[in-house]
Structure formats: C-alpha cells, structure tokens
Design a protein around this ligand. Sequence first.
Ligand SMILES: [Zn+2]
Length: 128
Amino acid sequence: MNRVVTHELIHAFDHCRAHVHWFTDVRHLACSEVRAANLSGDCSLVNEIFRLHFGLKQHHQTCVRDRAILSILAVRNISKEVAQKAVDEVFESCFNDHEPFGRIPHNKTYARYAHRDFQNRDRYYSNI
Ligand SMILES: [Zn+2]
C-alpha cells in the first residue's frame, strides 16, 4: 500500500512542479515513471534480496528501468522498443533526481534520514 501510494504521489509531485506533457511527449512520462520506480520502493524488496544473495549493485538500476518500461506500456499503446528508447533517453538525469526526498529511500533508515533532511531544510540559509 505504501509503495503504491508513494509511486502515485511521485507522479503528483512531478505534475505540480513542472509542465509535464503526459500525453504528447512520452519522454516526460518515462521520466516520471523512472522517478516513481526509483523512489517509491518498487525495487527495494527485490533489491535487498539480490544485494544480499548476489551482490549485484546494478540491480536497482536494472529494476527501475524495467519497471518504468512496464508502467509506460500499461498506459500507452506503443511498442516496447519505443518505450525502451524513451526511458533510456531520460534515464541518467531522471534516475539521479531524488526530489522530494534528496536520496533514494531504500529502507526505513534512509526514509528517516530523508525526513530529517526535510526538517532541517531551512537551517543553513536562515542563519545567513
Ligand atoms: Zn507510474
């Protein structure tokens, strides 16, 4: 439940913060799906298991890419190749965009750190 709601809230966040052309530019959708898969925990459980058992550091990235492609194909009538191309074009910058968390909340500890960062967000500039 938390993962699904977080996933959709990432889309809502993107919709509010940028002029997203959801229906006319598939790269915009691809970017939001990459972010939602990366930040919602969609890949966390699998990721943990793979890291422990196989030590595959790249697994998280692979999982995010695959999930983003599947999400696009679920809502757009386009070929897998077109979806893959869109995801690959935006992957680098969108995978590294961790707003509004400032980090990938891989587990509860990281989520706590993200919340702590959020609570401290104005500290530095308010002292100048
Ligand atoms: Zn989505």
